[in-house]
Design a protein around this ligand. Structure first.
Ligand code: SAM
Length: 202
């Protein structure tokens, strides 16, 4: 596989827009974290294990809610994301919540290469939900992760199962993959019962 910085740049621009939209309707996130709230799921906490006093690197961290939730468990956290808006938000969230975290804006590929050559090492590298699908070369990404892990360190990755993306909230297929016309491909189904009707009519 080949790393595609051109696609990453498109993703940076679209994540800038998406991040503003996502955060606009989440009120008082700093107050939530300050009050002891966490955005981590119990299984993520379980896989991370005891992070007290550990150096944890969160890759593709978006706006830092999970990163700061890990910091609240006692870890020293570093978050990396390509989106300017996400990193600006994460830095503000850290300041406003009073939870320490370091956030660095970069494409993850050059960041991992430079961090490894600078001798930066982490006890745990974490990435979660909706991260892997943006990576143009998984092998290089995983070698990069290995390059910044301490000996015996842990890589924790929690992801959506790709199969889940096929269905809408009602459990009906979301995309008209079964249609042969090229124009139908990648057209989101706007009416799931119509999709079923078309499907069973074939
Ligand atoms: C769905 S979000 C991940 C959310 C994450 N689970 C969290 O803790 O909130 C995907 C993130 O990946 C980032 N991203 C996509 N491609 C990237 C790249 N090449 N390098 C670094 N970050 C990238 C996006 O900017 C976006 O913030």
């Amino acid at each position: 596989m080949v790393i595609r910085p051109d696609l990453h740049e498109n993703n940076r621009l679209s994540w800038n827009a998406a991040t503003v939209a996502h955060n606009r309707h989440k009120p008082d996130q700093a107050g939530f974290l300050r009050g002891g709230g966490s955005t981590l799921f119990p299984e993520e906490i379980g896989l991370l294990g005891a992070v007290q006093g550990k150096a944890v690197l969160h890759l593709l961290c978006n706006s830092g809610q999970d990163t700061l939730s890990i910091a609240a468990l006692g870890a020293e956290v570093t978050g990396v994301d390509i989106s300017d808006e996400a990193i600006d938000f994460a830095q503000r969230l850290s300041a406003e919540s009073g939870i320490a975290g370091t956030f660095e804006r970069s494409d993850v590929y050059p960041w991992l290469e430079k961090a490894a050559s600078d001798g930066r090492r982490f006890d745990t590298v974490f990435c979660s939900y909706g991260a892997l699908c943006w990576l143009s070369d998984l092998g290089t990404f995983l070698r990069g992760v290995a390059g910044v892990l301490k000996t015996g360190g842990r890589f924790v990755c929690m992801e959506f199962h790709p199969f889940a993306m096929i269905f809408d909230e009602q459990g009906a297929p979301k995309y008209r993959w079964h249609l042969r016309s090229p124009s139908a491909i990648l057209t989101p189904a706007t009416n799931s019962s119509a999709v079923w009707a078309t499907s069973s009519a074939r």
